[in-house]
Design a protein around this ligand. Structure first.
Ligand code: SAH
Ligand code: SF4
Length: 329
């Protein structure tokens, strides 16, 4: 298949996801990246604030129903330690991620964390939150405290598949979609993403995921392969790990071509499958890496999926852009 200059159609995308023309796909994504966001890699320091969660997503290792999971929450000195590290290393921003909770204590704590990041860094570190679905009032409070980006994955844009990978109680595709719109309304730069290679997911579904992100006009995307967790009930994918990995790279390249100027993360789940996973994600068209800066003793408890890497990433192979938020708008 030869690339036309016009926009990729759904049929073409499905063919490319099927491996119709890998080399040309990667070369084109690479050209688009160089000509728009450039070839630097932007760093976001990932702070895994807590693995407590009120939700029960069927794929996730820290779901509320997993009683085998030892729960933790960082205290403020641990958060400060991570933030100082990010600041001293010249990171552009930090991502505060955790299981979803809506208690007043949690909302207050997050607000205080955001304020501390801004104080410690004299306002220079950007703050991204990834804390699930919250009310508009809570999104607004955190925004006013200084968080300006939010990551909330749609997980799958196929409503039927979304319903199959989440229990009925407490989860709804429509509410997730509305949360994304609310975040945009409040003023966040919005990031979303999907899991790739879910049981029952087709290439057409993945093509539709790409259109979903384009139509929503997201500013960031983090997507990666689905990886089974032994204590999560969703079960085994019909795609091999290798197939999921390859599909994830193709998704990154396609999204870079469809949305040339957005920030695309090369995610940790890629690294869980291949030791060079994040490097290959960057080569496929991603421009963001999120090294884990959670204090080391807590990391083993934040286990979303099997084989999640616990060690620090070696950044020497990347052309890193330090002291920069990575905004190209
Ligand atoms: N609780 C927040 C943030 C933490 S979960 C939220 O749900 O948004 C962050 C992401 O981890 C989820 O969006 C999901 O896409 C991913 N994840 C969870 N379990 C996974 C698995 N088994 N394989 C791959 N990714 C997974
Ligand atoms: Fe909780 Fe997020 Fe895991 Fe769902 S994916 S169970 S909301 S941590």
């Amino acid at each position: 298949m030869i690339f036309s200059d016009s926009e990729l159609s759904r049929v073409e995308i499905v063919e490319l996801l099927g491996g119709a023309n890998d080399e040309e796909l990667r070369a084109r994504a690479s050209r688009v990246k160089s000509g728009t966001v450039g070839d630097k890699v932007y760093l976001r320091g990932l702070i895994e604030l807590s693995n407590r969660c009120q939700k029960n997503c069927l794929y996730c290792g820290i779901r509320a129903g997993n009683h085998a999971c030892e729960r933790y929450e960082l205290d403020m000195p641990e958060v400060e330690q991570a933030v100082r590290y990010a600041y001293e290393q010249g990171y552009g921003s930090v991502v505060i991620q955790a299981g979803e909770r809506s208690t007043d204590e949690f909302v207050d704590f997050v607000e205080r964390c955001v304020l501390r990041v801004k104080q410690i860094s004299n306002g220079t570190l950007g703050v991204t939150l990834s804390l699930g679905e919250q009310t508009e009032a809570v999104y607004r409070r955190w925004f006013e405290a200084g968080a300006h980006r939010y990551l909330l994955r749609i997980e799958s844009s196929n409503a039927g598949l979304y319903e199959r990978i989440h229990p009925h109680a407490g989860h709804s595709f429509e509410r997730r979609r509305e949360s994304l719109l609310t975040l945009q309304k409040v003023g966040y730069r919005l990031g979303t993403g999907v899991m790739i290679g879910l049981p029952g997911q087709s290439l057409q579904d993945l093509a539709d995921d790409l259109f979903f992100m384009r139509d929503l006009g997201v500013n960031m995307c983090g997507m990666g392969p689905y990886i089974e967790h032994p204590d999560a009930p969703l079960g085994v994918s019909e795609y091999s790990l290798e197939q999921r990995f390859t599909l994830a790279l193709r998704m990154i390249s396609l999204l870079r071509i469809m949305m040339p100027r957005i920030n695309i993360a090369s995610t940790t789940a890629l690294h869980a499958i291949d030791p060079c996973g994040r490097e290959r994600g960057i080569a496929a068209g991603a421009n963001v890496i999120m090294p884990n800066i959670t204090p080391a003793i807590r990391r083993s408890n934040y286990k979303l999926y099997n084989n999640k890497p616990l060690t620090d990433i070696d950044l020497s192979s990347f052309d890193v852009q330090y002291n920069h938020w990575g905004d190209i708008f």
